[in-house]
Design a protein around this ligand. Structure first.
Ligand SMILES: NC(=O)c1ccc[n+]([C@@H]2O[C@H](COP(=O)([O-])OP(=O)(O)OC[C@H]3O[C@@H](n4cnc5c(N)ncnc54)[C@H](OP(=O)(O)O)[C@@H]3O)[C@@H](O)[C@H]2O)c1
Length: 355
């Protein structure tokens, strides 16, 4: 969103809402980032409040997020709550004059996304969405090489994940479709975001055709396997595919162009490991090479980079890695893919563009 805010001196003061499985990693990332201060945490249950107090005795802990939003010392609010609450809490944070880091999915409907974008504009607030893979030394290097022309004109991208099943989430919200939205909004949303980013030179996505199935026939909405083909304006297409019926956590991106190819892969015993293995191989049209990735990569590292990026943006020294408008695109791709799963037909994006 806008970057017109006053220059900040001293540490950027963060308030975190949501101290669950992923929120705890956000707290850790804020705590570790030079230039950031974790001023307050909003949690819901007594157990989460107690855990927050024990882990960060120097932070204020609020049992009602409205109290955190009324805390004038907080400049930016980081929201890491179940997806169905994103719109409600993010809207109030913006109306309270806070800048915002909102976890993906930005919201579970496009009407909610549009409302948040309009609210952020009205209040002239910075609004970042948590697509942290864009900050990765590995997935980001693929983008950098594409933009530098390494593979020629990009024509095809495969973004693939095989992993173990999703976590339940507090109260089991992630397995309740009315609260999670759909399962494409959980993990494949990251891969749609990467695919669109990688194939940007082929214009905007124009349609998506998707299929999914479940190991539990009585719960077809809990998609253990999901695959989609997404076509772009100027002829490129992307395949986004995932299985939750596998083991560990293994992600691949293969991008080919008119001249060459890139093949990136990341593996860990689980998604949140600090000890992954990863590699990037490239073919520049002449020879195959190993492309060194000097910096460690994985979602825990990218989360720290995301907080550092926001500190820079709030100090007028950087740009957002993923804006609210990009976050809206990611939600749109997931909702269109879900409609395709249900109808068995390709779904054009025309109905999903902002009015
Ligand atoms: N970017 C990424 O890679 C990534 C990774 C994981 C998750 N996420 C996203 O992050 C969000 C949270 O996921 P999670 O795995 O952390 O879920 P989780 O483990 O269920 O944690 C959610 C937390 O939100 C808290 N909460 C619910 N309502 C609240 C309220 N009104 N005020 C304060 N706290 C409230 C819950 O509190 P109680 O514990 O007290 O019930 C719970 O601790 C989801 O939107 C998910 O999609 C993103």
């Amino acid at each position: 969103m806008t970057q017109q805010t006053r220059p900040l001196e001293g540490k950027v003061r963060f308030g975190l809402i949501g101290f669950g499985a992923w929120g705890r990693h956000h707290a850790d990332a804020i705590h570790k980032t030079p230039g950031a201060e974790l001023v307050a945490i909003g949690a819901r249950s007594e157990a989460s409040c107690a855990a927050a107090r024990a882990a960060y005795p120097e932070a204020r802990v609020y049992a009602h997020y409205e109290e955190l939003l009324a805390d004038n010392s907080i400049e930016i609010v980081d929201i890491v709550v179940p997806s169905y609450l994103h719109h409600e809490i993010a809207r109030q944070a913006l109306e309270a004059g806070k800048h915002l880091l909102l976890e993906k999915p930005m919201a579970i409907t496009l009407a909610e996304c549009d409302d948040l974008i309009a609210t952020a504009r009205r209040h002239d607030r910075i609004f970042a969405v948590g697509h942290e893979l864009r900050l990765s030394s590995l997935w980001g290097k693929v983008k950098e090489l594409i933009e530098a022309g390494y593979i020629g004109e990009p024509q095809y991208a495969l973004v693939e994940l095989s992993r173990n099943p999703y976590r339940l989430g507090a109260d089991g919200w992630r397995y309740d479709i009315s609260r999670v939205g759909n399962w494409i909004l959980e993990e494949p949303i990251h891969f749609f975001d990467l695919a669109r980013w990688y194939l940007e030179r082929s214009g905007s996505p124009v349609s998506v055709y998707a299929a999914a199935n479940s190991r539990q026939p009585e719960h077809p909405e809990l998609q253990d396997n999901f695959s989609a083909i997404m076509k772009f304006e100027h002829g490129a297409y992307a395949v986004v595919t995932q299985t939750l019926s596998a083991f560990e956590h293994h992600q691949t991106a293969k991008v080919t162009g008119t001249r060459g190819a890139l093949w990136a892969s990341w593996s860990g015993a689980m998604d949140r490991t600090r000890h992954p293995t990863f590699s990037l191989r490239g073919y520049n049209g002449q020879h195959v090479e190993e492309i060194p990735i000097e910096k460690m990569t994985g979602e825990l590292f990218e989360l720290e980079d995301q907080i550092a990026m926001l500190v820079q943006v709030l100090r007028h020294q950087g740009t957002l890695s993923c804006s609210a408008e990009e976050g809206r695109w990611s939600v749109a791709m997931c909702l269109a893919a879900q409609r395709s799963v249900e109808s068995g037909q390709p779904v054009p994006f025309a109905d999903y563009l902002p009015s």
